[in-house]
Design a protein around this ligand. Structure first.
Ligand code: ZN
Length: 340
């Protein structure tokens, strides 16, 4: 038997002892690798006498082809076998109930914002969105708070590294944007969005929160329109029997300014822990648009009047769902969020 013949037999016998894919690959590198026996056998051709080279070369190639085929067949069989094994071992019970996907949901603040928008949409209000990064001018000066005005201290402000550019402390700068866009047409809009204040975080205050601001401008808009609008909102949001009262207040951009209270949703005015025994819950600030603000928006205060109001959707949601800590809104705790 020639050496090539005995190499072939030995290789084929070895191949039969390879029990799995790993064994087969080991076999392959043993015979066909760079230091493998096949390569070594082919290299011998050069050292043979010329008349023997052709025959040896042909035989060597023949052996190489046969062994390659044997290896590939064995590998394919092995793969098929392991597929069959895994199919029979890992049985799939298609009669088991499926794993339900966990549906996402809207954040409570977004839900509340949408409820508020829907109520005002019914009353003919449009939604006007305004930028969150504002100029000092729009956030303060045009809203009747010139530089050094003491009312600026009502808000601690996040300033950017660009002088005069800040994160808006309220949605009111949107009033100027919307007025300048629509004047001299009448306006009936709400301005929802996120606001930022550099404040200590407590159960009642956060550094970021939503506001919804309302603005109505026309030729005969009065305080009674304001009260009627707010009462209609409170009743749609909190129930038909809600009563609303107004107290005088101060904001630089409204004159006169008011705070709006609603009778307590828990005790209906009798006094409980939610309303701190007062019977009333504060829901928003409001007032008649200051003539200076009207002028800054492009409206003649001799011809036009308007009212504005602002509320916090988080505060509204806290009242509706008896939530005691505003920090829950941005803590990203699913145990809280998935309740709503
Ligand atoms: Zn109460």
């Amino acid at each position: 038997m020639s050496e090539l013949e005995s190499l072939k037999r030995r290789a084929l016998d070895d191949l039969k002892t390879a029990l799995d894919e790993v064994g087969l690959r080991e076999w392959n590198s043993r015979y066909f690798g760079k230091a493998g026996e096949i390569l070594a056998a082919l290299k011998i051709v050069g050292s043979l006498p010329p008349e023997a080279r052709k025959e040896y070369g042909q035989q060597a190639n023949q052996v190489k082809v046969e062994l390659t085929q044997a290896y590939e067949t064995a590998l394919a069989e092995q793969k098929q076998k392991s597929l069959e094994n895994s199919l029979s071992a890992e049985k799939l019970d298609i009669t088991l109930p499926g794993r339900p996907p966990r549906p996402g949901r809207l954040h409570l603040a977004t839900q509340t914002l949408r409820d508020i928008q829907a109520i005002f949409a019914e009353m003919g209000f449009q939604v006007f969105r305004s930028r969150e990064i504002e100029s000092d001018e729009f956030n303060f000066a045009l809203l009747n708070m010139p530089e050094h005005h003491p009312a600026r201290d009502m808000w601690d402000t996040f300033h950017t590294t660009t002088p005069g550019v800040i994160l808006r402390t309220h949605t009111s700068p949107g009033q100027i944007h919307v007025m300048r866009k629509f004047h001299p047409e009448p306006i009936r809009v709400i301005l929802p969005g996120m606001c930022y204040r550099y404040e200590a975080i407590t159960t009642r205050s956060e550094i970021m929160f939503h506001q919804v601001e309302g603005l109505v401008i026309g030729t005969s808009v009065s305080m009674t329109d304001l009260k009627g609008t707010i009462t209609a909102f409170a009743q749609k949001m909190f129930g038909d029997n809600r009563k609303v009262r107004i107290r005088s207040s101060y904001f630089p951009f409204t004159e006169p300014s008011i705070e709006v209270d609603m009778d307590c949703i828990v005790c209906a005015g009798k006094g409980c822990s939610l309303c701190k025994k007062s019977g009333w819950l504060e829901i928003m600030g409001a007032g008649m648009v200051h003539p200076e603000v009207l002028r800054n928006g492009g409206y003649d205060p001799a011809k036009f009047t308007g009212f504005a109001f602002g509320m916090g959707p988080e505060r509204i949601a806290m009242l509706r769902h008896a939530i005691v800590d505003i920090r829950e809104f941005w803590a990203n705790d699913l145990r809280f969020l998935s309740q709503f």
